[in-house]
Design a protein around this ligand. Structure first.
Ligand code: 5HY
Length: 244
């Protein structure tokens, strides 16, 4: 049995339930999805400040999951929150949903649009498209919906998301759509059917990517950038995060 830890780095358990359902829908029969919600930090990650304080809870859960013997970890936030730090800490493969979604979209379409939540998230995600070498192929739009409005079926968030996808098709000539928030994980199949084009959810893509890495028997390189952090004391409230 391959166990894949799927961490929601925000502290909203209802969003973790959406993420877990999407992960289980695509997981192979020999995969067990282990969903966890970060135990501390912001209730949603909207921009750089939230992201900074989402890291301790996220890293603690990945550390605990690796000690408990999971084979891989997925970071289920479209900002790929803490991805480099997690890879430096862990030996198991760690997959971010943005990176997995962009790679998947790249197999299917030349030009695509990522539709995320707010303007505060748009810029960090644009930076990620550069980081992953996709800035020439991927545009980023914000549907102007707060992350947690996706949890409320009466908020109108889903209609705003549909409107933004319609604009991406008309104005960007998008050939595929990437959903730019883990809280949208339950919508990909319906929207694919509705719009008649590939709509990619990063959670599902990341689970399949994690399964692939496990099946290939590959783990995170411990040379160079992802070498284990140097043992040293950390002071104050963060003492427990000191590398052992
Ligand atoms: C996410 N925030 O996937 C991101 C999306 C965003 O709490 N989960 C969050 O808007 O940046």
């Amino acid at each position: 049995m391959t166990r894949i830890l799927v961490v929601n780095p925000n502290t909203t358990a209802s969003m973790t339930a959406t993420i877990a359902a999407a992960a289980r829908e695509v997981a192979g029969p020999a995969t067990e999805i282990v969903p966890v919600t970060s135990p501390m930090g912001p209730i949603s990650i909207e921009g750089y400040y939230d992201e900074a304080f989402a890291l301790p809870g996220l890293l603690a859960e990945i550390r605990a999951g690796e000690s408990a013997g999971v084979s891989a970890a997925v970071i289920a936030c479209f900002d790929d929150t803490g991805l480099d730090a997690a890879r430096a800490m862990a030996r198991i493969p760690v997959v971010g949903i943005c990176e997995a979604a962009l790679a998947t979209a790249g197999f299917l379409a030349k030009r695509f649009t990522i539709v995320t939540t707010t303007e505060r998230s748009r810029v960090p995600i644009e930076e990620l498209t550069q980081r992953y070498g996709m800035s020439g192929r991927a545009r980023v739009r914000a549907a102007n919906i707060p992350v947690l409005s996706l949890e409320d079926p009466n908020s109108g968030a889903r209609d705003k998301l549909r409107s933004e996808i319609t604009r991406a098709i008309a104005e960007d000539n998008a050939e595929a759509i990437v959903l730019g928030c883990a809280g949208m994980a339950d919508l990909a199949r319906t929207l694919s059917r509705e719009f008649g084009m590939p709509v990619i959810d990063g959670v599902s893509a990341a689970v399949k990517q994690a399964e692939l890495l496990v099946a290939l028997g590959l783990t995170t390189s411990k040379r160079g950038a992802y070498a284990s952090p140097v043992t040293k004391p950390y002071l104050g409230a963060l003492a427990e995060f000191a590398p052992a």
